[in-house]
Design a protein around this ligand. Structure first.
Ligand code: SAH
Ligand code: SF4
Ligand code: F3S
Length: 471
């Protein structure tokens, strides 16, 4: 038998890329590849790229420059290294990559990963291969499922893609062009994936999609299911103690999602709900299809359903035409909502998007200054949110041994990392922790009570059902 070939994969960008990378690894495992953390001993290197902002997509070419050296060095020693570019830059600039970077053997767009083995074979026989079509079939129906040991190695928390693509066409955004139109996976496939993950030790599932709450998948009853209905179904799966979803659009929050937050203790009270700007004028120019008031109303509906809910968001500063008054409206909205955290970005014009043709650019100096002001406000909200946890007892789902010997790290409902001194037996369990202090963004505490017996556990503390259901 020939020794396994080694695969090194590097992902940039969003959670969808993280998940896709795992599925590429699973698919290539079936072809005899094993993953390696080092680029130097790899036979195949995949760059899984992101096109969302200029900085992200520029990284590809500098990375390819470094890989050329690795490839030449290996060739000198008589070893062939294949280089593949995947992800959103591959989709947006596939032929340019082929033209500009002779080091690249394969370019594969995000909807064609199930064709990777054939593309690698084609590159071997024909020199190079490019595929950036949007095939009609669902790639996830064809990508190999993860093997039990791969699931266990990845830990107790897992992403599952339920929806891909976007039909919203915000004027700044490349996603509708790189990921294509919105497509939802059928409920039965998602349930199968989650059962498989749960059977192999996964306790927390984050459903992901570029526009995850636009989910409208075919249900087992022949009807179209919403995200809220899907969450209700997944909450029944033995072993799954926490559910999350990301990223949502304020326009697509329906009553089933609100009901899921009201009814499902496993659904974590932490919602990433990007608003981008607090100015109606800017929101209209962005084609966000909602106003500031619409957004506030959505937040109120969540809060009415679940009092302890907290929010995070994304913001863009310096969108073309954004005035100081528009920006102040963003600060006012942040102050009013009060976030547990948020990401903020300077506007970056993306080729092919409508906003890239808008003329009224905000100066670099104004953008920098606004970004600092916004980030200061968000940081102060985030630290107030974290400080408020000190002295409280909160549920933590333990994930893994921490770097400090003897410490185990987990996450609170709000994704705050929390460290305790304990044995590794607690990994995979939800246990109450008394929070004593905060170190930067990490909470430190101790297990609040002796571990409860099964009959004392609340459903959210159970890692396994008391009886197997045979599901
Ligand atoms: N689907 C998600 C966002 C995906 S992109 C949503 O609708 O909210 C993640 C974030 O990147 C966006 O929320 C936005 O804040 C930021 N972003 C997208 N395009 C950008 C651009 N051209 N310049 C700066 N930031 C951008
Ligand atoms: Fe991009 Fe807007 Fe779609 Fe989000 S909703 S992915 S920002 S086009
Ligand atoms: Fe980037 Fe594509 Fe995700 S552009 S953010 S990798 S959808």
């Amino acid at each position: 038998m020939s020794p396994p070939r080694k695969l090194h994969i590097k992902s940039y960008g969003c959670q969808m890329n993280v998940y896709d990378a795992q599925r590429m690894v699973d698919t290539l495992a079936a072809e005899g590849f094993v993953e390696t953390a080092s680029v130097d001993d790899a036979d195949l290197v995949i760059l899984n790229t992101c096109h969302i902002r200029e900085k992200a997509s520029e990284k590809v070419y500098s990375e390819l420059g470094r890989l050329r050296v690795v490839k030449d060095e290996a060739a000198r020693l008589g070893r062939h290294v294949s280089i593949a570019v995947a992800g959103c830059v591959a989709q947006a600039e596939g032929s340019e990559i082929i033209r500009r970077a002779p080091v690249v053997d394969v370019v594969v767009g995000p909807q064609s990963y199930h064709h990777l083995p054939q593309l690698l074979a084609r590159a071997r026989s024909h020199g190079r291969a490019l595929e950036t079509e949007f095939p009609v079939e669902d790639k996830f129906g064809f990508l190999a499922p993860p093997q039990p040991d791969a699931i266990r190695a990845r830990g107790i928390s897992s992403f599952v893609t339920v929806q891909e693509g976007c039909d919203k066409f915000c004027t700044f955004c490349v996603v509708p062009y790189t990921r294509g139109t919105e497509v939802s996976r059928p409920v039965a496939r998602i349930v199968d994936d989650v059962l498989r993950l749960a059977d192999n030790g996964v306790r927390e599932i984050t459903l992901i999609g570029q526009n995850v709450n636009a989910y409208h998948g075919e249900g087992p009853d022949g009807r179209t299911w919403s995200l809220g209905t899907l969450l209700h179904r997944l909450a029944e799966i033995p072993g799954i103690v926490r559910l999350r979803y990301s990223t949502s659009h304020p326009r697509d929050v329906d009553e089933t999602l609100i009901a899921a937050h009201r009814d499902l203790p496993a659904l974590m009270p932490f919602v990433h709900l990007p608003v981008q700007s607090g100015s109606n004028r800017v929101l209209a120019a962005m084609n966000r299809k909602h106003t500031v008031d619409d957004y506030r109303r959505v937040i109120d509906r969540f809060r009415a359903a679940r009092q302890d809910i907290a929010f995070s968001s994304d913001f863009i500063v310096g969108f073309p035409g954004e005035t100081e008054e528009d920006f102040s409206a963003t600060l006012a909205l942040v102050t009013q909502i009060g976030y547990a955290g948020a990401y903020s970005f300077k506007y970056s014009p993306r080729p092919g998007t409508p906003a890239a043709d808008m003329r009224e650019m905000v100066t670099a100096a104004d953008m920098d200054e606004r970004l600092v002001r916004l980030q200061e406000l968000i940081d102060s909200q985030q630290s107030a949110f974290n400080v408020a946890t000190i002295g409280n007892t909160v549920d933590v789902l333990f994930e893994r041994a921490a770097r400090n010997p003897g410490q185990i790290v987990g996450r609170t409902a709000y994704l705050q990392p929390a460290h305790v001194m304990a044995s590794t037996d607690i990994i995979g369990r939800v246990l109450p922790v008394r929070i004593d202090s905060l170190e930067r963004y990490s909470l430190l505490g101790e297990l609040a009570a002796p571990q409860p017996t099964l009959s004392q556990m609340t459903p959210s503390q159970m890692t396994f059902p008391p009886m197997t259901t045979g599901a």
